[in-house]
Write a new protein. Structure first.
Length: 343
């Protein structure tokens, strides 16, 4: 699958998203600081498109996914689904939109109720939203089981009776129960064996082609992201530092952090020829007290004086290729937000 840039309105439009968690200390539980988990993230996802979101553990990837779905309330920013602003909506007003946005969780066991049979787990969203009841619901659940590669014989089995890959298929079936437009995958294959990962990824891609789904695919495995994504956004310490189509990102990264990430990925000698090994010094700074200016400057081999004080804007350095780095602040760069691609 390939993504082509178009003028169609994006399905999901996120602008300036922030999520800061307060830190309480003392007898009176006063706020003594914040964890800046997500610190001004902007992106768009077109219909039928997969945006991969990658970065080191703790960079805020999963928090972005949960905040987009309003499982966490945003501190600042705007979230628009199909042009409608859902940022300030309460729980009751969000119900119609929750049918259109679903999530596949990382742990295929912890995300399933161990006291419910698989058929009830998949059918529960239909009951909550009043989509179908009785025989109609049973028929739809059976169809979903067949669609994700589970036979009807598994309908009455409990989560502990399934393998990890089968549990994740149940999670996928549950996410599909309400016919959503957007699915957020929070590292949905990271807990699975490599051979099972390939099966689940291929299933997600087949479902996307069939149902015209859009994915926000959160992962740290760049090989998986390269396989499933149309475009890729790279996060570092709460901010997106680069976003473009997957071919441009893997062949010609523009941000030093992306360059370092890719240099650590094992690849065939023919493809790796000419790529230098980048070893970052130091540890990832704390999101409680992130560096001023560019968050990456404390580990960047190309850091300049301005990197310590000026926050780099996410700029379109090349057509469709956005980077937040002062190395690319040339006259040809234009400031703004990254546009969406449509599949």
């Amino acid at each position: 699958m390939s993504a082509a840039t178009g003028n169609a309105a994006p399905l999901l439009d996120v602008q300036g998203l922030k999520k800061h968690f307060p830190i309480y200390k003392g007898v009176f539980s006063r706020v003594r600081g914040h964890v800046y988990a997500v610190d001004g993230v902007s992106f768009q996802i077109g219909r039928g498109e997969t945006l991969g979101l990658v970065g080191e553990s703790g960079c805020g990837k999963s928090t972005v996914g949960r905040t987009v779905l309003k499982l966490l309330e945003p501190t600042e920013g705007r979230i628009r689904l199909d042009g409608e602003d859902i940022t300030e909506l309460g729980a009751a007003d969000m119900m119609p939109y929750r049918q259109r946005m679903q999530m596949i969780f990382q742990d295929p066991y912890a995300s399933l109720n161990p006291r419910m049979p698989a058929s009830s787990i998949v059918g529960e969203p239909m009951t909550i939203h009043g989509v179908s009841e009785g025989a109609e619901r049973e028929e739809r659940v059976e169809a979903l089981f067949e669609r994700v590669g589970l036979g009807r014989r598994h309908l009455d089995s409990y989560p502990h009776e399934f393998s990890g890959g089968q549990r994740q298929r149940i999670g996928i079936a549950r996410a599909l129960a309400l016919n959503p437009d957007l699915i957020v995958g929070d590292e949905p294959v990271s807990a699975l064996d490599v051979s099972i990962q390939a099966q689940i990824i291929n299933l997600l891609m087949d479902l996307q082609d069939e149902l015209k789904l859009s994915y926000l695919f959160v992962a740290h495995d760049l090989a998986v992201v390269e396989h499933i994504s149309h475009r890729v956004a790279v996060m570092y310490l709460g901010r997106i530092v680069e976003i473009t189509d997957k071919t441009s990102l893997f062949d010609s990264p523009l941000h030093p952090y992306t360059e370092a990430l890719l240099s650590a990925v094992p690849m065939p000698k023919a493809r790796a020829r000419g790529r230098k090994r980048v070893i970052l010094e130091g540890d990832v700074p704390s999101p409680i007290n992130p560096p001023s200016g560019c968050h990456f400057h404390s580990r960047c081999p190309y850091a300049m004086a301005r990197c310590r004080s000026d926050v780099p804007a996410l700029r379109e350095v090349q057509t469709g290729h956005w980077a937040a780095c002062h190395l690319h602040d040339g006259e040809g760069a234009t400031a703004g937000l990254p546009g969406a691609a449509t599949a």
